[in-house]
Design a protein around this ligand. Structure first.
Ligand code: IPD
Ligand code: CA
Ligand code: CA
Length: 261
């Protein structure tokens, strides 16, 4: 896509994000319907479904040829990365959304023939947005975002998945101990926002494609390191243990994980 097309794409999705912000603001004042999915901790609400429906309708109008991979299943059964694919996580951090009405995100990413094009992550309650792509640059609410200082693990905060820590998945407790501090936010999107703005040096979790598609697009575009911790190639259509970090923290973490045995 050329710069004019990228600009149009960005302006269009930023308008959708405004609408999503207002829609969610209204819905939190109303009675929410909360259901469980795979476990009592895996929640979905009527708002998750409504926001996904909103994105699906607008993407279909704007980009009718594309396929949509959405968490709540209102898009397509995407089998390959050929063509244009939109990844949608309507509400990321649904537990935070239900319990706190804060610290939750909405995430959208566009890929073309397997390559990242653009992505958007919004802290919905704060209306705080990071958006951009490899050929476009990365912006924080419209202001160009620059890569923060290259800080190592012992000087920074590492963000980890709470479940991985709780169940002592190999490497996770060691990482929490080695870092200057560790944090668990309960939302991949909020975690990525912290790494992208230099508040944390790394985020590591096992996630599904809609959880990491936007985060890795923005991280790579900004110049952060992105990889899987088993050093397998990234597969955009399956779950993976995805690491985003500064160069120094990435090297520290990989060295530590190789020693974990
Ligand atoms: C979850 C959150 C959580 C992460 C899980 C995700 P959801 O997303 O991002 O922080 O640890 O892996 O599934 O289900 O609230 O969209
Ligand atoms: Ca979600
Ligand atoms: Ca999610």
């Amino acid at each position: 896509m050329d710069q004019i097309q990228l600009q149009k794409l960005d302006t269009t999705v930023l308008k959708w994000l405004d609408q999503v912000h207002h829609l969610v603001e209204q819905r939190v004042r109303q009675r929410m319907q909360v259901d469980t999915k795979s476990s009592h901790r895996d929640l979905v609400t009527n708002v998750d479904r409504e926001v996904e429906q909103y994105y699906v309708q607008h993407i279909r109008n704007f980009d009718p040829e594309a396929q949509i991979l959405g968490e709540e299943g209102l898009g397509d059964a995407v089998k390959s990365m050929k063509g244009r694919i939109w990844f949608v996580d309507p509400i990321d951090g649904t537990m935070n959304f239900v319990k706190q009405q804060s610290e939750f995100a909405t995430m959208v990413a566009v890929y073309e023939d397997g390559e990242p094009v653009m992505a958007w992550i919004m802290d919905v309650q704060q209306h705080d947005i990071i958006h951009g792509g490899p050929e476009y640059g990365v912006f924080h609410n419209g202001e160009k975002l620059e890569l923060s200082a290259d800080i190592g693990l012992d000087e920074g905060l590492v963000i980890l998945s709470g479940a991985r820590l709780l169940y002592e998945e190999p490497g996770f407790p060691q990482l929490a101990k080695a870092a200057m501090g560790y944090r668990v936010y309960g939302s991949a999107g909020i975690s990525y926002l912290h790494v992208l703005t230099g508040k944390a040096v790394a985020y590591l979790s096992r996630m599904r494609p809609w959880d990491f598609a936007a985060g890795i697009t923005l991280a790579k575009s900004l110049g952060l390191r992105v990889g899987t911790i088993d050093e397998q190639p990234m597969n955009m259509l399956v779950s993976g243990s995805v690491l985003v970090a500064t160069d120094k923290a990435y090297a520290d973490i990989m060295a530590l994980l190789q020693k974990k045995g």
